[in-house]
Design a binder for this molecule. Structure first.
Ligand code: A3D
Length: 320
């Protein structure tokens, strides 16, 4: 069986980390792409030179030519600009929308069968635009945010309770922004929902609220510390989990931004929900039951994403 091919569009902080993780996990051959000539080539050479120590066989190359993406099985898109302190993800919309247009055309021409994972912010609007610009089927184009947001939630819970991260399973739905919806009822420690953990007195209600808010602000906290860019290790790890589930047909149930066609009462928008990811791409949206408070928070988040999509349509009328 031939090796799989993973194309990374954008070879910045996340792109380089994605390449390293994909190589370490033997997911396939890797092509790093960037418009800044030299960066993808330099990172590819550096990563290739760590292969003798790590023992991975992946071929890692760098390019600024879209044709080198030809027949990629997975494309992960980080092209664009990240946030600086004081910026919201939404401030990136106009500039990154133009990037999505170029990237979408490149994917359509050279890798129309690929499973595409978008990471560029503002995430839900960018993945919506990327699917439109590329014209690929909606089940083949998804956005990474929920795995990262849930992972942040997990980390804060495990840290607070002083328990193994292995026993924590947390879950965040909605758009990747201030309105995201961490769900304590569906987040567990060894199967015990966080709502019960509060009832048992293991964590106070106030602490849980604090953790929920810190999860929502998780990206901004790191932007504030780094000052020159945004998080990249955990975002790359999260996207690799999605790519691996697709490539190995693992059928993991992961929160991801997927196209909704009536599920959760939403139509025509990308937003974060639980989805089965396997060889068929985004195979099945898992429609969990939401109580009225959760539904209200989710609806608010969907409204925020729809607002960004309307803004995209104004900037690029052909998306309307
Ligand atoms: P950065 O290190 O700046 O890398 C972006 C790369 O994209 C740079 O190397 C650019 O040269 C390249 N680029 C710019 N325009 C183009 C283009 N037209 N074609 C190809 N490449 C281009 O940023 P990063 O890797 O830290 O972040 C990348 C994106 O991910 C940003 O939009 C971030 O906001 C976003 N991000 C999303 C999450 C989510 O959870 C969704 C988390 C963290 C970062």
């Amino acid at each position: 069986m031939a090796r799989k091919k993973i194309a990374l569009i954008g070879s910045g902080q996340i792109g380089g980390t994605l390449a390293h993780l994909a190589a370490l996990k033997d997911l396939g051959d890797i092509v790093l792409f960037d418009i800044v000539d030299g960066v993808p080539q330099g990172k590819a050479l550096d990563l290739s030179q760590s292969a003798p120590v790590e023992g991975y066989d992946a071929s890692i190359t760098g390019t600024s030519k879209y044709e080198d993406l030809k027949d990629a099985d997975v494309v992960i898109v980080t092209a664009g600009v990240p946030r600086k302190p004081g910026m919201s993800r939404d401030d990136l919309l106009e500039i990154n929308l133009k990037v999505m247009e170029q990237v979408g055309a490149g994917i359509a021409k050279y890798a129309p069968k690929a499973f595409v994972i978008c990471i560029t912010n503002p995430l839900d609007a960018m993945v919506w635009a990327l699917q439109k610009f590329s014209g690929l089927p909606t089940n083949q184009v998804v956005g990474m945010a929920g795995v990262l947001d849930s992972s942040r939630f997990c980390h804060f819970i495990a840290d607070e309770l002083n328990v193994s991260i292995q026993d924590v399973n947390a879950f965040v739905m909605g758009g990747h922004g201030d309105t995201m919806v961490p769900l304590p009822r569906y987040s567990t420690v060894a199967g015990i929902p966080l709502t019960d953990i509060v009832k048992m007195g293991w964590m106070s209600k106030e602490k849980l609220e604090e953790i929920i808010q810190r999860t929502r602000d998780g990206g901004a906290e790191i932007v504030g510390l780094l000052k020159t860019g945004s998080a990249f290790y955990a975002p790359a790890t999260s996207a690799i989990a999605m790519a691996e589930s697709y490539l190995k047909d693992k059928k993991r149930v992961l929160p991801a931004a997927v196209y909704l066609n009536g599920e959760f009462g939403v139509k025509g928008t990308y937003v974060g929900v639980p989805v089965v990811i396997g060889a068929g791409g985004a195979e099945k949206v898992v429609e969990i039951a939401l109580n009225s408070a959760e539904q209200k928070a989710f609806d608010k988040s969907v409204g925020a994403v729809e607002g960004l999509i309307e803004a995209c349509k104004k900037i690029a009328p052909k998306l309307a």
